[in-house]
Design a protein around this ligand. Structure first.
Ligand code: ADP
Ligand code: MG
Length: 212
């Protein structure tokens, strides 16, 4: 087993400034000195009360938000000190995201395979290989039987599988999932967790999964 550390957070602090209507500014300390380390290939779950900072942690690890203090290092990337451009590149090339509303960014009248092809094309992968790659990704999430179905014809769990296929399309070093089963029934939620575990094992993909 690979015991290399991929994620290292030390005394990680995130403070949001909220501007009140009165003109005063109020500070919300969303992360108050968090220490966490995650090994390459590890799959970890983060649970906690609503408002405890789980999404904030994922946003920092995914380069969507900057730490206010402390250190957040993923691989060779020090997320607190990267330039804006380098952080954009990190987010685009190194991280995959799965959200609670997985299908929100997908297009209902396109098929599953077309939905996966779209971001591949936008990221510059064009040609016949794009379709082949999209098919392979849908096979990885066990949707080979539904590739030609329009998104709106798929169940919530199947739509989330399409979103997962897209999240891993750029071969991310880290997959972040924020309550990925929040809108699914218990049995379907279990199949999504089984899939994530399977991808973790087969691809060796490091995952941080927030659940409620
Ligand atoms: P969780 O995901 O565990 O429910 P969050 O990370 O969303 O928690 O939020 C942690 C705290 O930070 C909450 O008090 C929330 O209101 C606050 N917060 C989160 N995002 C912002 C933001 N963009 N601006 C201001 N406050 C925020
Ligand atoms: Mg949250």
């Amino acid at each position: 087993m690979n015991t290399q550390i991929l994620i290292q957070c030390e005394n990680l602090v995130k403070i949001y400034q909220l501007n009140q209507q009165s003109g005063e500014s109020v500070e919300v300390q969303a992360l108050q000195g968090l220490d966490i380390s995650v090994r390459t290939g590890e799959m970890i779950g983060v649970v906690g009360a609503s408002g405890s900072g789980k999404s904030t942690l994922l946003n920092v690890l995914g380069g969507l938000d900057r730490p206010t203090g402390g250190r957040a290092i993923v691989g060779s990337h020090n997320l607190g000190t990267l330039s804006t451009r380098a952080l954009d590149e990190y987010r685009r090339l190194k991280v995959g995201f799965i959200w609670q509303h997985g299908a929100r960014n997908l297009i209902p009248y396109l098929t599953a395979v077309e939905n996966v092809e779209l971001p591949l094309t936008l990221s510059g992968q064009v040609g016949a290989s794009t379709r082949a790659r999209a098919r392979d990704l849908l096979k990885l999430v066990n949707l080979q039987e539904r590739m030609g179905h329009k998104l709106e014809e798929l169940s919530g769990g199947e739509q989330q599988r399409v979103a997962i296929a897209i999240a891993i399309a750029n071969n991310p070093m880290l997959l972040l999932a924020d309550e990925p089963t929040g809108e699914l029934d218990t049995a379907t939620a279990q199949t999504i967790y089984d899939l994530l575990r399977d991808l973790n094992k087969r691809l060796g993909l490091t995952m941080v999964i927030v659940s409620h």
